[in-house]
Write a protein that binds this ligand. Structure first.
Ligand code: ATP
Ligand code: MG
Length: 337
């Protein structure tokens, strides 16, 4: 029998975003509505994530990372564009197919105290996804809960079963959050700032665990983080977003070691450097506060860009290849330069 997944074979992507947009209507006054004002949360984002690969999404607060995560999980529907999962347009799912998708695609959120019901014991909270998806008998479920606690290094597992979330530390509870997401054997895991609320001393432990489990299970993962060192540590591919758009995407080593987009260059320069005698560069202060509201013209980064050119004020830069599998949305590399 042929090997179903020979090494080196091109695997079809599990998740595909095709020109995905999410615009939020502005509530504002009558004028705002009459003028058709909207906020461009996510503005035409495309990428593919091969099965078993990890994509890191980074960018400053408000650039659309969480909105994009929610679109990938069909917790939001796109204003335009499509998200495909295993080749199927998420917007077409309903009934049993949607339930199956809910099982296959899991979310891990930033605040573990929000993710776990405070009135449930840890044992009950972990059994909950199995109950919802009608998996196993009561005994099977208990076995799986103990196995899951052990897998996320909460030892001895029995000691955690009857505890309540407030009795655990943030790091322990985020491990429970990971265990909970894995209870139903998902194919796809989206982790939105999974360690940013944790004490620095426990971050590495939780990240290592996530990386090891994701690799051993061939999980397809999306990690969202402000922290480029996290992205560098866990992600094969990195995508840098700016005001709802992709500024740069490519292999993590290339994007973070040789950033091409001026925004990525500023982010990388501003990220903490190990040598404390080497001061980090400051990100150029915007002349105008950038906003994802209104029709917008030209490059979204033009008001902050140290290398702005006349064309940047008039034309949105398309993604252009700057290396193997590496693209940047900047006129410095585009056909108009
Ligand atoms: N339901 C909503 N209604 C209106 N605007 C929204 C809604 N959700 C998000 N936004 C706006 O969309 C933009 C993107 O928000 P999003 O939460 O995706 O950013 P983010 O990159 O996750 O930021 P952070 O790093 O702070 O978590 C922001 O301007 C936000 O205010
Ligand atoms: Mg967010």
């Amino acid at each position: 029998m042929a090997d179903p997944d020979p090494i080196g074979a091109v695997r079809p992507p599990l998740v595909v975003a095709e020109a995905v947009q999410k615009y939020f209507p502005l509530r504002g006054g009558l004028f705002a509505r009459a003028a058709g004002s909207y906020l461009r949360g996510v503005d035409g984002v495309s990428f593919e994530i091969p099965r078993g690969a990890s994509l890191g999404i980074a960018g400053e607060s408000g650039c659309g990372k969480t909105t994009l995560a929610r679109l990938l999980l069909r917790l939001l529907t796109p204003t335009a564009g499509r998200v495909l999962f295993g080749g199927v347009d998420l917007s077409t799912l309903g009934g049993a197919d949607l339930l199956a998708f809910r099982r296959q695609a899991q979310l891990m959120v930033q605040n573990p105290y929000e993710a776990i019901n405070p009135r449930f014991t840890i044992g009950r909270a972990l059994a909950e996804p199995l109950i919802i998806h009608n998996i196993g008998t009561k005994e099977d479920r208990l076995d799986r809960v103990v196995e899951a606690l052990t897998q996320v290094n909460l030892h001895p597992a029995d000691a955690f079963l009857d505890q309540f979330p407030h009795q655990l530390s943030g790091g322990q509870l985020q491990r429970v959050g990971l265990a909970r997401a894995l209870m139903v054997d998902p194919l796809f895991l989206v982790a939105d700032e999974p360690v940013s609320m944790l004490d620095v001393s426990v971050r590495a432990g939780v990240l290592n665990l996530m990386r090891t489990i994701a690799r051993s299970r061939q999980l397809t993962t999306v990690y969202i983080s402000h922290d480029l060192s996290l992205v560098r540590y866990v992600c094969d591919t990195s995508m840098i977003m700016y005001l709802g758009s992709v500024a740069e995407i490519g292999p993590t080593d290339a994007v973070l070691a040789h950033p091409k987009h001026p925004y990525t260059q500023l982010l990388v320069a501003a990220a903490p450097v190990p040598d404390p005698t080497h001061p980090a560069a400051e990100i150029a202060a915007p002349e105008q506060v950038p906003t994802p509201i209104g029709p917008g013209r030209g490059c979204p980064f033009k008001d902050r860009c140290p290398q702005v050119m006349p064309v940047c004020h008039t034309t949105v830069p398309p993604l252009s290849f700057v290396g193997p599998n590496h693209q940047a949305a900047c006129h410095l590399y585009g056909p108009l330069h």
